[in-house]
Design a protein around this ligand. Structure first.
Ligand SMILES: [Zn+2]
Length: 344
């Protein structure tokens, strides 16, 4: 990694100047959200936090692979590797705080001075690859500790020394906000690849596929499709040299009719892999999908590939166009990163 070889100016001349002391009230995000990184207001359950923490970690790995990972953008602003050290320490502290909040009534956490920690451990001297490894290990430990909490424990409380009392759910939201916000500080998402947007697009994708269900539920599914698609969306099936072009209603109606007829028993369709490229308010996806059903006593399975365009509308991310083709002999589906399957 070139950045590890190119020692920064600071490395040669001793400690860089510390940034101004952190005075921001990170718990303010609970009421207002964060206008800088777009993190929404409100609380998070420990389970949701664990899930979203795992989602955001690939962004950190990417940020730590950049060439200027040890470069401070300004003399008193941390470099990406210093931010990563800080986030690693937040992840390292979290299991101990969770253990206290679950074991005692409204405990006060031991004081932790993040600026002193940065100086003491000389964050600027850390090797990016070692920190990437460390961060992913401690984030996994934090996610496991979060998953060990029950939803019913979300209202238990704890106190930061000199800070306000937060419930477990509020602690979760402020923790995840810091991980998310500092990824932006560290240059992750520079090209608009925000972890939050990716999570929302994956959610949109899974809702879209979950809508194709047989029986009476298909009408609820049609509502999900109308919400997921822009009203002006275009959907095109290709294959064998011919195309079928649909508007939203033309696409939905025959599928509702087919699925409500009761011939396709247990029909399910799901996205199993995707590559997502984001830029600002637009995104394009390559998405591998699979489907299974029984008909006339025979089990069927199918796969295919969809090219999907999404756009951030005033109401959130929506699908603006889909092109798809089913898998056939001589046309294997390319490998994309796997997607988590929707539970219900
Ligand atoms: Zn933020």
């Amino acid at each position: 990694m070139s950045s590890a070889i190119n020692d920064s100016q600071e490395m040669r001349t001793g400690s860089p100047e510390p940034p101004p002391r952190e005075t921001r009230d990170w718990s303010g995000v609970l009421e207002t959200g964060c206008t800088e990184c777009g993190f929404p207001a409100g609380e998070l359950t420990p389970q949701e936090t664990a899930h979203r923490l795992r989602d955001v970690m690939p962004g950190w790995e990417e940020a730590l692979r950049s060439d200027d990972v040890r470069h401070r953008p300004m003399p008193t602003v941390w470099s990406p590797v210093e931010y990563a050290c800080h986030v690693r320490d937040l992840c390292r502290l979290l299991p101990a705080r969770l253990s206290m909040i679950l074991s005692f009534d409204n405990p006060e956490y031991p004081d932790w001075d993040q600026d002193a920690a940065a100086q003491e451990h000389a964050y600027w001297t850390e090797e990016p690859l070692a920190i990437a490894d460390d961060l992913s290990r401690w984030a996994a430990a934090a996610a496991a500790a979060l998953e060990a909490c029950s939803t019913a424990q979300g209202e238990r409380t704890g106190r930061r020394s000199g800070g306000r009392t937060l419930t477990l759910n509020q602690l979760c939201a402020t923790f995840l906000h810091e991980v998310h916000h500092h990824l932006r500080d560290a240059g992750g998402g520079r090209s608009g690849q925000s972890a939050q947007d990716r999570a929302e697009i994956i959610d949109l994708l899974q809702r879209f596929f979950s809508a194709f269900v047989p029986g009476p539920a298909v009408h609820r599914g049609a509502g999900i499709l109308r919400e997921a698609l822009l009203p002006e969306a275009v959907i095109i099936r290709a294959g064998n040299g011919s195309t079928a072009v649909y508007g939203v209603a033309e696409f939905i109606e025959p599928r509702v009719e087919l699925l409500s007829r009761g011939e396709l028993l247990g029909f399910r369709e799901w996205a199993d892999s995707a590559r997502i490229d984001l830029f600002g308010d637009i995104a394009q996806l390559w998405c591998g999908y699979a489907k299974s059903w029984s008909q006339d006593g025979l089990d069927h399975r199918g796969r295919g590939l969809k090219g999907i365009h999404c756009v951030r509308a005033s109401t959130g991310w929506r699908i603006s166009s889909i092109i798809w083709e089913d898998e056939r002999e001589g046309l294997p589906i390319p490998l994309f990163p796997p997607l988590p399957r929707l539970d219900d």
